[in-house]
Each structure stands twice: as structure tokens, then as C-alpha cells.
Design a protein around this ligand. Sequence first.
Ligand code: HEC
Length: 119
Amino acid sequence: MAQAASSARSRKLERGRAALLAVSVLLLMAASARAAEPTSEQIEEGVSIDEDFCAKCHGRDMMNSGGLALDLRKFPKSDFARFRNSLLNGKGGMPAWRGTLTDEDIDLLWAYIGTSSGD
Ligand code: HEC
């Protein structure tokens, strides 16, 4: 009798573990599916780099106050290569950022720019 009860309990435990495992697997899958999306920490870092280096020309929150600098919200979100190239080498009235910004900084800025609406 005592044995039957304990084996019922252990079956229950087994089921509990299996369910937990299934949930963890699902969570892991969800996490890896989102791996390509920037985290909110990365976006925050992008914001702070933007405030340090870009906002004086491109405006706070990427909102151009009407100067010559491009409205960053309109930059095509599919063209990271152009973004990186324009930053490293400069463009028109914009100085080159090679040597000032690291590749990681550029990735973080790109994560931030990706949050804006527009193209
Ligand atoms: C000294 C002012 C100035 C600063 C600081 C500045 N920019 Fe610019 N930026 C410009 C101007 C002016 C243009 C327009 C260049 C053109 O098309 O002639 C521009 C253009 C751009 C473009 C469009 C490039 C393209 O391919 O059309 C991007 C993207 C950009 N800036 C990002 C940034 C980022 C990110 C920062 C901060 C690291 C930054 N800029 C800092 C003045 C500035």
C-alpha cells in the first residue's frame, strides 16, 4: 500500500519533470529564434552612442531638426553595408568615424536605428 502510493507519487514527479523539460526546450527555442533581434540593452547602448556622437547633427532621437544631416529614421533598414561604409568613410558633410567608432559601436547604432519607423 505504502509502496503503491510512493510509486504513484514518483510517476507524478516524472510527469512534472517531463513537462518542465518541455517548457525549457520551448523557451530555449524561442530565445534562439530571437537571437538575431537586438536586445533592449543593445538598443540602449546604441541610444547612448547616438547621443554622444550623432545627435548634434542628426538630432535627438534621430529627429532631424532641419539641418543638412539626413533624417536617420529614413535610412533604409535593409542596407547595413551602406550604413557601415558611410560611417567609416564619411559622407558629404559628415566626418569619417573610422578610428572613433568600433565595429561593435556601429552594430549597436544600427540596432537603435532599426527601432525607428520609416523605410
Ligand atoms: C558633423 C555633423 C554630423 C555628425 C556628428 C554625424 N553626421 Fe551623419 N550625416 C551628416 C550629414 C551632413 C549627412 C548627409 C551627407 C550627405 O549625404 O551628403 C549625414 C549622413 C548620414 C547618414 C546617411 C549616409 C548615406 O549613406 O546616405 C547616416 C547613416 C549617418 N549620417 C549616420 C550618422 C551616425 C550614426 C552618426 C553618429 C556616429 C552621425 N551620422 C554623425 C552629418 C553628421
